[in-house]
Design a protein around this ligand. Structure first.
Ligand SMILES: Cc1cc2nc3c(=O)[nH]c(=O)nc-3n(C[C@H](O)[C@H](O)[C@H](O)COP(=O)(O)OP(=O)(O)OC[C@H]3O[C@@H](n4cnc5c(N)ncnc54)[C@H](O)[C@@H]3O)c2cc1C
Length: 423
């Protein structure tokens, strides 16, 4: 049990980001209350159903030069990895325009990759350390991560991105032939080329990890409050407390880490951050006939394949749609088909062994999270908008928030993550 001496800090949201922030602040000696209307690690949150990759290579934003040319095809292709729900297009257009602009030039993408590298370069080690402190070491495994291609040419077609990763220090090993078969014995031999991210790690139960960290934190003296934050008591820019559904709560400082739901809270503090729901899906196959020691991303399916405690998971798809639109389970079906096509041993598997999940990535147009102080008050810090990389980047985000709270120079430059960067 840590004896708190510092400030009373409220962390809004108990996803992987909020829970990691709470762990960092508790370690610094603060009194921490985590507030969330739902139990930590439950399926409502993005942190439950993600692809479990903790990859130092995830530094490329979705938006890249020339993407705008593909938008009409994306709108038409109902089976592609990226799709837009027609009826939500008008509401999404301002975000889409920003999204396309953010990746319009190689220069912009390089700058984003450099910034994300600051969050991800040592992500596996940070998770290993966090899990060890919480007694959850079994949930983080560092066996590497494999990106698999049907042909070397498909890899070469993405040369710009792989070069950027190399330039940012990602350790990669090209594998072909026997070496590829040894790394991925269950993968269809039609995949003839791979890139192994040697330092990559994965989580064997993302939801269980969040729940386990939350249990550990309460044992260490943090308080978990089951409530929804609806506003701030902020006279003259000084935080006195939070307005919640079940009543007010006094605190000295607040961290907003509520994923997609951070938008109205930040807007009420003068920071209109554009976040969209990049909706994703997973299918999880119980009793799969094999396990993957090294998680695999078959690049044609754009899905993360990983053995979790629940089974063989395939997570992916980007569906731009209103956050509360009903799930389109046809997207999960596409993942299931990719999965059975990629691993010959799954040919007889039926989807009665499969569970499905849909969740919302909280995504900024430029693929970078928002980490920094609010415009209206130095007592409110933001840690949201982690899009595709929230699991991997949560511990470094937490370290940066702790730096801000302590008034130390941050461990990496925060300019790129500023809440006011959106014109
Ligand atoms: C299909 C898919 C695959 C992915 N794969 C990966 C991957 O392989 N690796 C990776 O790093 N990332 C991956 N991600 C992204 C990652 O899951 C997210 O970036 C991350 O989970 C975001 O965490 P979060 O804590 O910000 O949000 P969430 O997990 O959504 O948590 C937000 C919490 O805030 C709470 N909340 C909301 N409103 C309020 C309020 N008003 N008051 C209090 N609490 C509130 C919610 O109840 C929720 O518990 C993937 C995402 C998806 C959908």
């Amino acid at each position: 049990m840590i004896q708190p001496q510092g400030k009373h800090i409220a962390v809004i949201g108990a996803g992987i980001v909020g829970i990691s922030v709470a762990a960092a602040l508790l370690q610094e000696g603060h009194r921490v209350t985590v507030i969330d209307p739902a139990p930590p690690g439950a399926p409502h949150a993005a942190s439950y159903g993600n692809g479990a990759f903790i990859s130092p290579a995830s530094i490329l934003p979705m938006s890249q030069p020339g993407l705008w040319r593909k938008v009409p095809r994306m709108l038409a292709d109902r089976r592609g990895a990226l799709t837009i729900r027609w009826r939500d297009l008008p509401a999404l257009t301002p975000w889409l325009v920003r999204f396309l602009r953010a990746g319009a030039t190689g220069d912009k993408v390089s700058r984003t990759a450099r910034a994300l590298s600051g969050l991800l370069a040592d992500a596996p080690q940070r998770h290993i350390d966090l899990a060890a402190r919480a007694g959850l070491s079994g949930l983080i495994v560092q066996n590497g991560l494999l990106y698999a291609f049907r042909e070397r040419a498909a890899y070469e077609a993405e040369a710009f991105g792989w070069e950027l990763r190399r330039d940012n220090g990602v350790v990669m090993v090209e594998v072909e032939g026997e070496a590829l078969r040894r790394a991925a014995p269950a993968l269809d031999p039609a995949y003839r080329f791979g890139v192994l991210i040697k330092d990559g790690a994965h989580c064997t139960d993302p939801g269980g990890y969040v729940a386990g960290l939350a249990d550990w934190l309460t044992g260490q003296g943090a308080v978990l409050r089951r409530d929804r934050v609806i506003g701030f008591d902020l006279p003259a820019g000084q935080l006195r407390g939070l307005r919640c559904d079940d009543g007010d709560m006094a605190c000295d400082l607040a961290v907003i880490a509520a994923g997609l739901a951070s938008v109205p809270l930040a807007a009420s503090l003068g920071d209109p951050v554009p976040l969209a729901a990049e909706r994703g899906y997973h299918v999880e196959l119980r009793e799969a006939p094999f396990t993957l020691d090294i998680p695999i991303m078959p690049q044609d399916g754009k899905m993360a394949n990983v053995t979790t405690r629940g089974g063989l998971r395939a997570a992916g798809q980007v569906e731009l749609a209103a956050p509360d639109a009903p799930p389109n389970w046809a997207r999960a079906e596409i993942l299931f088909e990719h999965l059975t096509r990629s691993y010959p041993a799954l040919s007889g598997v039926t989807d009665s062994q499969v569970t499905r999940w849909q969740g919302n990535r909280p995504s900024t147009p430029d693929g970078k999270p928002v980490i920094g102080r609010s415009t209206r008050s130095k007592d409110v810090v933001y840690a949201f908008g982690h899009g595709h990389i929230g699991l991997a980047s949560a511990p470094m985000t937490a370290a940066l928030v702790a730096d801000l709270v302590a008034g130390r120079p941050p461990a990496c430059d925060l300019t790129s993550f500023s809440p006011t960067r959106f014109p």
